[in-house]
Write a protein that binds this ligand. Structure first.
Ligand SMILES: *[C@@H]1O[C@H](CO)[C@@H](O)[C@H](O)[C@H]1NC(C)=O
Ligand SMILES: [Ca+2]
Length: 355
């Protein structure tokens, strides 16, 4: 972070910009937002370059502290147990809640988290739950109703929801969704967080016989979630949204919960990579720890509001509309053919008269 008293040309420019902001009346947040939204789009997902792996924010085998109740870099809580092969947030038993939280706040502006996880259990289709939540939040180790962690959180949550609590939902589960919260929003478990969901995708990750991975990238206001679930060693896009503001200095964590239905929720690794992204002096001059988590959409977030008629706005062509269109096209062709035939015949007749 640069300070105006550095006396460097960059700092002077930044200070002048600061003055301009004050005169024009733009808040620093507005300015940051503009920079984030206008800034170039980040490059592809990292290949896991170990150079930029941040061990202090990562959970990697062999785990330290197996057999004890704590680890050097991570705290765990509730039903969580540590084995040499995985961290089990909940066993396949009813009413369990467990979480794991990084000790140190993360001060990186641009990062990417790769999570190797496994959700498995004896339950048949739709008789298992509830799933895993991945967190980047202000508070840590607070138990609560959102996949074992606190509601009205500050920060980012990615839900790997395996059970459709909302019976009326048209979404196909397991379902991955993201939510950003400044403490004011409550996660509605009975609706699978539908009202607060920013974006999501269906992802078939449960009871897989190969390894399952998820990547979350945050850079310049762009939030991307990708999955690697098909044993192809390839990232597949799940969520990609812009206009997301998150501060630095929050904690990474993962939690899981079971209710009447259950599953084993295992984390095998969490690897945090620093992304090498340049920021302008203006961006550098802002205190990133003071940013309020928020989202600025240019268009409204996903169709979160149900249309009471059950129709989607400007939905697909319905059967009879397609029929009418085809009928019009057919009539058009017939008219063209008839006109063409008549004209042809008239010409033939004229030609005959000349010979
Ligand atoms: C928190 O978010 C809500 C809704 O998203 C918004 O109305 C409110 O102004 C925000 N509060 C702060 C302090 O930013
Ligand atoms: Ca659910």
């Amino acid at each position: 972070m640069r300070h105006p008293e550095d006396g460097s040309p960059l700092a002077e420019v930044a200070e002048r910009n600061g003055e301009w902001r004050r005169k024009v009346g733009f808040g620093p947040m507005t300015h940051l937002l503009l920079l984030l939204l206008l800034g170039p789009v980040a490059a592809d997902i990292t290949d896991g370059n170990s150079e930029h792996l941040k061990r202090e924010h990562s959970l990697i085998k062999p785990y330290q502290g197996v057999g004890s109740s704590s680890m050097p870099l991570w705290d765990f809580q509730g039903s969580t147990i540590l084995t040499s092969q995985y961290v089990r947030l909940t066993p396949d038993e009813r009413s369990k809640e467990g979480s794991i939280w990084n000790h140190q706040p993360c001060f990186l502006k641009d990062w990417e988290m790769h999570v190797h996880f496994k959700v498995h259990g004896a339950g048949k289709k739709n008789l298992h739950g509830d799933g895993i939540a991945l967190w980047y939040t202000r508070d840590r180790l607070v138990q609560g109703p959102v996949f074992g962690s606190k509601d009205n959180f500050h920060g980012l949550a990615i839900f790997l929801d395996t059970y459709p609590n909302d019976e009326a939902t048209e979404r196909v589960f397991p379902y991955i969704s993201v939510m950003v919260n400044n403490g004011s929003l409550s996660y509605d478990h009975s609706k699978d967080g539908r009202w607060t969901e920013l974006a999501g995708c269906t992802a078939d990750f449960r009871n897989s016989d190969h390894d399952t991975f998820l990547a979350v990238r945050y850079s310049r206001g762009r939030l991307t979630v990708m999955t690697d679930l098909e044993d192809k060693n390839q990232w597949k896009n799940c969520i990609d949204i812009t206009g997301v503001l998150l501060p630095t200095g929050y904690y990474f964590g993962a939690s899981a919960g079971t209710g009447d239905l259950s599953d084993n929720h295992d984390i095998i690794s969490m690897k945090l990579f620093q992304l090498m992204v340049e920021h302008s002096p203006e961006e550098e001059n802002i205190d990133w720890t003071k940013i309020e988590p928020s989202v600025h959409f240019f268009k409204s977030p996903k169709d979160n509001v149900d249309d009471p008629t059950g129709n989607f706005r400007s939905g697909p062509l319905t059967g009879w509309r397609v029929f009418l269109l085809l009928l019009c096209a057919l009539l058009g062709i017939i008219v063209c053919a008839v006109v063409g035939a008549v004209v042809f015949q008239k010409r033939q007749e004229r030609n005959k008269r000349f010979y």
